[in-house]
Write a protein that binds this ligand. Structure first.
Ligand SMILES: [Zn+2]
Length: 247
């Protein structure tokens, strides 16, 4: 068992090796009160994009038919650690898994969860949403989102959360074999749109791929996740503005 305090307040710090600003220089943020989503842009000069025009999450509506370029998954076994960073419970993933989209390879860095879901589909919210975060060699991001509905126990979550880090800063090595492909619905049909990180600094230019089919999570698993987060960790839906959601 390893428990190690995390230095950074930013969810995606692990995605950016170059983000070498210390925790003291970063503003803390949260999901309620003075540090809540409506204040993010004012909390720090780094967060100005949180007031941008292409923000995530969104309510996916007015979906248009498009000739989407193929999306392929090249996922291998690779869950290494599960960490509670105070904003989510995240599984850091070994190098070597990727998706290919628009002819570019995006490497899987980590996956994490939000309860309730951040994106809505045609006005519907879900009890849990997974974000599989990928980056290409230039640092462009692509996030695959999977919605959960309440049902059977989810086998991958059972393995990933075998030891649940219940407090911010807790981190455990994962001893089970984890392949994130097990988290995807069988049918890979999905919606696409451009958006942002859903947490500060809310950087835009993120390719979003939201799977149409849901996967199951049990009530007991949901309760465990919520207990570890001590409150909802979903940013409210943001205006669609000029964007289109495609399928
Ligand atoms: Zn997320």
């Amino acid at each position: 068992m390893k428990i190690k305090p995390l230095l950074s307040c930013t969810l995606l710090s692990l995605a950016f090796a170059s983000a070498n600003v210390s925790a003291n220089e970063k503003a803390h943020w949260g999901y309620s009160g003075n540090q809540g989503p409506e204040h993010w842009a004012q909390l720090s000069g780094d967060n100005l994009m949180c007031d941008g025009k292409n923000q995530s999450p969104i309510n996916l509506t007015g979906i248009i038919e498009a000739d989407l370029s193929p999306l392929t998954f090249n996922y291998k076994q690779g869950g290494e650690q599960v960490i509670n960073n105070g904003h989510t419970v995240q599984v850091n993933y070994k190098k070597g898994s990727s998706i290919t989209i628009d002819g570019k390879r995006f490497n899987l860095l980590q996956f994490h969860f939000h309860a309730p879901s951040e994106n809505h589909i045609n006005g519907q919210s879900y009890p849990l949403e997974a974000h599989l975060v990928h980056a290409d060699k230039n640092g462009n991001l692509a996030v695959v989102a999977v919605m959960f509905k309440q049902g059977k126990s989810n086998e991958l979550l059972a393995k990933a959360w075998q030891k649940m880090p219940n407090h911010a800063g807790e981190k455990y090595d994962i001893t089970s074999k984890i392949n994130v492909a097990e988290l995807l619905p069988k049918n890979r049909d999905h919606y696409r749109f451009n958006g942002s990180l859903t947490t500060p600094p809310c950087s835009e230019g993120v390719r979003w791929l939201v799977m149409k089919d849901t996967v199951d999570v049990s009530n007991a698993q949901l309760k465990r996740f919520k207990a570890a987060l001590h409150g909802p960790n979903n940013r409210p839906v943001q205006p669609l503005n000029a964007r289109l959601v495609m399928q």
